[in-house]
Design a protein around this ligand. Structure first.
Ligand code: GLY
Length: 367
């Protein structure tokens, strides 16, 4: 493993639903090869002000052919995932002469790849796109699996498409530019992949000290997501496994987006959601006591504080009811049956959900 870690140009090659995913220091060779076939049609790079400064210079240094690309910048943060921003982007593409053969590269975190993937999938009914995630959340989850979309009225991802990029290039070097809270947020999705599909990844995370080997972690995390999405690309059934922690997590995130100037980061909301949903799994006797204690012990280390004075349970339930997994039978959860094993379509009474929220709210404040 160490040998692999130190081989500088080694690139791990995989795919999700047929769309190539490359991880490692050598990923830009694939982009150079792709650009050699591009011809005269323009290339666009979507960035936010953070990735414009922290990642674009590195990308252009690695891939000099991108020096002539049109750069389109949006504000960082979830607010950019809106239809209004999409309209501006579609108008900019039209004005800059984008056509069916143009190439649209999204360079950024989950907001940029969700937004860029959506814009590219709708413009002229779809133009080629490439994702280059720069955050841990993007590398572990958002940029993988073909989900694109924007929020509507603070409801996350209410409007979107399933559309896979031509390729996804994961360059772990970009993680160096990430603030610590964004790194811990991204770990939320990695922990989720471990809990629903990989006892090996869980062991790796449980036993890791300060120095995490991102190439190895991202490769293991990708293997979980790949197995699930390949079996069910359009979320008819098993892909709902990826929603562990998200029924409550998304609602908490939406509530904090409505009420906070500094809202919870997505992965932090998912960690809170996973604590509550692991508690429900135990309460419903799906998860053994010893497993719950182990899961809680690790998730608790990554828990972040949030202002629960603004906790509005009625609104939280309204938001949970908007979850796309629900049907007439009530609130639909993905729960845990063990470490590395989940179970979809677990309908829960509001009473048990309220108890789980109370458990979370009454935990001592994290450090
Ligand atoms: N982020 C969950 C999924 O890709 O299905």
């Amino acid at each position: 493993m160490l040998l692999w870690y130190f081989m500088p140009e080694r690139t791990h090659k995989s795919s999700i639903a047929g769309s190539p995913v490359l991880i490692g220091k050598g990923v830009f060779s694939a982009l150079k090869a792709r650009l050699r076939k591009q011809g005269p049609a323009p290339v666009f790079i979507l960035v936010d002000s953070n990735t414009l400064e922290a990642c674009l210079p590195r990308l252009v240094a690695e891939v000099p052919a991108l020096a002539g690309a049109e750069i389109i910048e949006v504000n960082p943060g979830e607010q950019s995932k809106s239809i209004r921003v999409c309209e501006n982007l579609w108008a900019a593409l039209a004005e800059l002469g984008a056509g069916r053969n143009s190439l649209f590269i999204s360079l950024g975190g989950g907001v940029i790849t969700d937004l860029g993937g959506f814009v590219a999938s709708c413009y002229m009914r779809g133009i080629p796109s490439i994702h280059i995630p720069t955050s841990l959340l993007g590398m572990a989850d958002a940029a993988l699996g073909g989900k694109t979309g924007v929020d509507l009225d603070h409801v996350k991802n209410l409007v979107g498409t399933f559309s896979h990029p031509e390729m996804t290039l994961i360059y772990p070097g970009f993680l160096k530019s990430l603030p610590p809270d964004h790194l811990s947020s991204g770990l939320g999705e990695v922990l989720k992949h471990a809990l629903i599909g990989s006892p090996g990844l869980w062991k790796l995370l449980r036993e890791a000290g300060d120095g995490l080997n991102w190439e190895v972690i991202l490769k293991e995390s990708l293997a979980v997501k790949k197995a699930i999405v390949d079996a069910d690309p359009r979320e008819k059934g098993p892909r709902k496994l990826l929603n562990f922690g998200h029924t409550i997590g998304h609602a908490l995130e939406s509530l904090s987006l409505e009420s906070e100037t500094h809202p919870m980061l997505h992965g932090h909301a998912v960690i809170a959601g996973m604590v509550c949903e692991a508690w429900i799994s135990r309460k419903k006797k799906l998860l053994a006591k010893q497993d719950f204690e182990e899961v809680f012990g690790i998730l608790n280390k990554f828990r972040t504080s949030w202002n629960f004075n603004k906790f509005d349970e009625i609104r939280l339930f309204e938001l949970m009811k908007l979850d796309k997994k629900n049907n007439n039978a009530g609130l639909n959860f993905t729960l845990l049956t063990g470490i590395g094993k989940g179970k979809i379509n677990q309908y829960c009474e509001p009473g048990i959900v309220k108890e789980a929220l109370k458990f979370y709210r009454e935990l001592p404040l994290p450090h």
